[in-house]
Design a protein around this ligand. Structure first.
Ligand SMILES: Cc1cc2nc3c(=O)[nH]c(=O)nc-3n(C[C@H](O)[C@H](O)[C@H](O)COP(=O)(O)OP(=O)(O)OC[C@H]3O[C@@H](n4cnc5c(N)ncnc54)[C@H](O)[C@@H]3O)c2cc1C
Length: 367
């Protein structure tokens, strides 16, 4: 009987798994189905660009998958029944023998009161489109407060400041500004922020978001026309609700073969899965991790199918690539455990490098 492989989510990880599985497995042996909420592959790493009015490449999944033999189902996944081997879609069910869980993540909006109601986000397509509409309606001298000093916060604040130099942009971060980067990288980001006129409120935690700004943990109120929330990603609760083993954030717990630790015919890849790293740290939610995980899972499924010996995945990091607008950036080289070394690339060279990596990630996922 044909082996049914169902992949949930067509982001970098899920699409990468589907296209690679199509290359490695024979159509006579397996039926490959990819389920996604929308009919487009969305380059999430470019959503801050979309929010500032830049057009994104249009990538219909039907065109990406043409000729691969992968069946595309455009529908929201609303449940999983691992006992029955079924995925519940809106109005119908899909049966699987092997499941790849690749539902990605979105912005964490539930941790602080008012975020879900008043803040804008760039973590998913709808959020980025709403922010784009709001920014384009904002008059000169309008104020924008970006909350979160991580990679997404830095990229969003600089993209907005570059595209709209008539706005006043502020970034709020808890702790030291860019504390996770090397001294050289930090100095460069600080220079770019100064040049773009972005104010930084460091050591500040937002405790409430309202329609006219935020309240900080020292009770200070910071008024702003627009608040953009970038402080952390959150994953869907579907895996936990299905009784699959998950971590405290709801990520599917997987072993070093990316197999669910509770259900052996389920694989987890990308932001939605928590894989072990050699030093026991959490995997960073990134395209840099998700794409190799997706491609590895496809190869591992093919190896298992052919009765070959399986190989553990080794998740290693090389760099953190941060855009600072379209013409500047910082590439922080890292050890394999993601900790920074002194080597950095800055300025236009880094911006060009990041653009090349972004283009090749989309190409690799859809190849
Ligand atoms: C603005 C921004 C900039 C970033 N920059 C970088 C960067 O420079 N470098 C980097 O490495 N990472 C970056 N990231 C992080 C990166 O985008 C994610 O880590 C990456 O997209 C994760 O890939 P994924 O395939 O796991 O999930 P996703 O790309 O989120 O894909 C998940 C897919 O599942 C679908 N889906 C979700 N729920 C359902 C459902 N219930 N039913 C059906 N379909 C569903 C979604 O529609 C989506 O297609 C950035 C993120 C943002 C928001």
């Amino acid at each position: 009987m044909t082996h049914r492989i169902v992949i949930l989510g067509a982001g970098y990880a899920g699409l990468g798994a589907a296209t690679r599985a199509a290359r490695l497995l024979r159509p006579a042996d397996v039926e490959l189905t990819l389920v996604n909420r929308t009919d487009r592959f969305v380059e999430r790493v470019r959503l801050h660009q979309l929010a500032t009015g830049q057009p994104l490449p249009d990538r219909p999944l039907s065109a990406v998958l043409a000729g691969t033999g992968v069946r595309l189902v455009v529908a929201p996944v609303v449940g999983i029944d691992p006992g029955a081997g079924e995925v519940r879609l809106d109005g119908r069910d899909l049966r699987y023998d092997t499941l790849v869980y690749a539902l990605g993540s979105g912005t964490a909006v539930d941790d602080v009161p008012g975020v879900g109601t008043h803040a804008f986000t760039v973590g998913d397509l709808d959020g980025a489109q709403r922010l784009r509409a709001r920014l384009s309606a904002l008059d000169p001298n309008g104020t924008v407060l970006v909350v979160g000093g991580g990679l997404t916060g830095l990229e969003t604040a600089t993209e907005i400041a570059e595209a709209r130099p008539d706005l006043r942009v502020t970034l709020v971060c808890s702790g030291q500004f860019c504390g996770w980067l090397s001294e050289r990288a930090r100095r460069h980001v600080r220079r770019v922020f100064d040049r773009m006129g972005i104010e930084v409120l460091r050591d500040s935690r937002v405790t409430r978001v309202g329609g006219d700004g935020v309240v900080l943990d020292d009770t200070r109120r910071v008024p702003s026309d627009v608040v953009v929330w970038t402080a952390g990603f959150a994953v869907s609760g579907l895996a936990t609700a299905a009784g699959l083993a998950t971590d405290r954030r709801g990520r599917l717990l997987v072993d070093d073969r990316l197999r669910s630790t509770s259900h052996r015919n389920v694989y987890g890849v990308g932001d939605a899965a928590a894989a072990p790293t050699p030093d026991g740290r959490e995997t960073r939610m990134s395209c840099q991790t998700g794409l190799p995980m997706g491609r590895y899972a496809a190869a591992e499924i093919a190896r298992t199918h052919a009765g070959h010996r399986s190989k553990p995945i080794r998740i290693r990091y090389v760099w953190q690539n941060i855009s600072l607008g379209r013409r500047d950036g910082v590439t922080q080289f890292t050890r394999s455990d993601d900790s920074p070394v002194q080597a950095v690339l800055t300025g236009r060279l880094s911006a060009r490098f990041k653009e090349a990596i972004t283009v090749s990630a989309a190409w690799l996922a859809s190849r």
